[in-house]
Design a binder for this molecule. Structure first.
Ligand code: GTP
Ligand code: MG
Length: 370
C-alpha cells in the first residue's frame, strides 16, 4: 500500500496513537489518527520508533513465488485434469459417479464414499485421469478469473433426449474461451427417446464439429445408467491427453490450486487442492491467497493419509491458518516468515481495495442524495 492511516501504523507497531501523532508533529507533519500518511513518512516514523521496516510489495511477492522455468529435462508426463460440464439434468453427476464406481470400486459394496471434490481413475489401458467434481460453470469461470486454470480437458455432457440447451452453449463458450479441448459425451443413450444425431447436428450450429460429422471433436455415446460407452469415453479422454503432451516437474516446490475449502469444526480450515506443478509434501510451508500454513496432514481422494502429492493429484490439506477461496493458488515458500508476510500483504491490499470501494460507494450515495 502507498499510504497508511496514523492509527493503523500505530497499531501495527503496537505503539500508542498519541505517540505517533506527536512524533509526526516533531517532523512537521500535522495528522490526526484517521488521516493517511505516505509510505516514506511512515518509514521514517517506523525507524524513529526503533522498528525494522519491511515493505512488502507486489514485486517481492512475485519474487518469492516466482515460477522458475522448468527445463525440458525436468518435465515428466502428468495426468490430465478433466472437468465435466453441461446443461442442468443432462447427467454430469451421474456420469462422474458412474466413472468412479466402475473404476475405483471393484468389490466394495454400495460404491465408494467420496471424500473430496476430485478423484483419479486408471483406465483399462493404464492411463491415469484426474476428474474434478465441483466446478459448475460459475466456479469454472471464477476460478479462471482468479488465475487458476486447472482444467486440461472438458467433457461436454449432452443428454441424447434433450440435445443442445442454453447451458450447453455456455459450457462450449467457456471451454473455447479457456482454450481447452472438448470431448462430447452424448448421455442417456439408453432412453427410448434418445436422438444422438440431433445432438450432433445441434452442435454444428455452435461450431462444434464432432468426428461423426467429419470434425475433430471426439464424441462418445454413453449411459451413466447402464454403463454403456464409459470405457470408450475414458479412452477418448486418454487419447486427447496424449495429444496435449501434458507435463510438469515433480522435483520442485509445489504450486497447487484450491478446488474447495471449508472450516471444519473438528479439524479447522481444510482445503482440497490440485497440485499443478512440483510435489506437495507433509511439513511444507505455504502461502495460499490471503492465508498461509504448514502441511500438517494430507488425505487423498479415498480418505487415505498420504505424505506427498505430485502433479495433477488432488489432496485435502490440513494445517491452514484460515480458509482460502476456491481458485486461490498455493505456493510453497522456504520460510514461515515469507509465507506469513505475503499472506498479510495480500490481505492488506484486499482490505485497502474494499475500503476504497466502500468510500466510493458512500460518496456516490451522498452525491445522489444531494
Ligand atoms: P445438475 O447437477 O442439476 O445440473 O444435473 P446433472 O447434470 O448432474 O444431472 P444428474 O446426474 O443429476 O442427472 C439428472 C437426471 O437424469 C437424474 O434423474 C438421473 O438419474 C438421470 N440420468 C442421468 N444419466 C442418465 C442416463 O444415462 N440414462 C438415463 N435414463 N437417465 C440418466
Ligand atoms: Mg449434478
Amino acid at each position: 500500500p502507498e499510504a497508511i492511516t496514523v492509527a493503523e501504523l500505530a497499531n501495527r507497531m503496537a505503539e500508542r496513537v498519541a505517540d505517533v501523532v506527536k512524533s509526526l508533529m516533531q517532523m512537521g507533519v500535522m495528522a490526526t489518527q484517521n488521516q493517511t500518511i505516505d509510505a516514506d513518512t511512515a518509514e521514517l516514523i517506523i525507524e524513529e520508533f526503533g522498528h525494522k521496516v519491511t515493505r512488502v510489495s507486489d514485486a517481492d511477492v512475485e519474487q518469492v513465488i516466482e515460477q522458475v522455468e522448468d527445463s525440458e529435462d525436468d518435465l515428466k508426463p502428468r495426468p490430465p485434469v478433466v472437468t465435466i460440464m453441461g446443461h442442468v439434468d443432462h447427467g454430469k453427476t451421474s456420469l462422474l459417479d458412474a466413472i468412479r464406481n466402475t473404476k475405483v470400486v471393484t468389490g466394495e459394496a454400495g460404491g465408494i464414499t467420496q471424500h473430496i471434490g476430485a478423484y483419479q481413475v486408471t483406465t483399462d489401458s493404464g492411463a491415469v485421469l484426474s476428474f474434478l467434481d465441483t466446478p459448475g460453470h460459475a466456479a469454472f469461470t471464477s476460478m479462471r478469473s482468479r488465475g487458476a486454470q486447472v482444467t486440461d480437458i472438458v467433457v461436454l455432457v449432452v443428454a441424447a433426449d434433450d440435445a443442445v440447451m442454453p447451458q450447453t452453449v455456455e459450457a462450449i463458450s467457456h471451454a473455447k474461451a479457456a482454450g481447452v479441448p472438448m470431448i462430447v459425451a452424448i448421455n442417456k443413450i439408453d432412453k427410448p427417446a434418445a436422438n444422438p444425431t440431433k445432438v450432433r447436428t445441434d452442435l454444428l450450429q455452435h461450431e462444434v464439429v464432432v468426428e461423426q460429422m467429419s470434425g475433430d471433436v471426439q464424441d462418445v455415446e454413453v449411459s451413466a445408467h447402464t454403463g454403456q460407452g464409459l470405457d470408450e469415453l475414458l479412452e477418448a479422454i486418454a487419447l486427447q491427453a496424449e495429444i496435449l503432451e501434458l507435463k510438469a516437474n515433480p522435483d520442485r516446490p509445489a504450486q497447487a490450486a484450491v478446488i474447495e475449502a471449508k472450516l471444519d469444526v473438528g479439524r479447522g480450515p481444510v482445503a482440497t487442492v490440485l497440485v499443478q506443478n512440483g510435489t506437495l509434501r507433509q511439513g511444507d510451508i505455504f502461502v495460499v491467497g490471503e492465508q498461509w500454513g504448514k502441511v500438517r496432514a494430507m488425505e487423498n481422494d479415498r480418505g487415505e493419509r498420504v505424505k506427498e502429492a505430485g502433479p495433477s493429484v488432488p489432496v485435502e490439506v490440513l494445517g491452514l491458518n484460515g480458509t482460502p477461496e476456491a481458485g486461490d493458488v498455493l505456493n510453497v515458500t522456504s520460510t514461515e516468515a515469507q509465507a506469513r508476510e505475503i499472506a498479510e500483504y495480500r490481505a492488506q491490499v484486499a482490505k485497502d481495495k474494499r475500503a476504497a470501494a466502500g468510500a466510493a460507494t458512500t460518496l456516490d450515495q451522498l452525491m445522489q442524495k444531494a
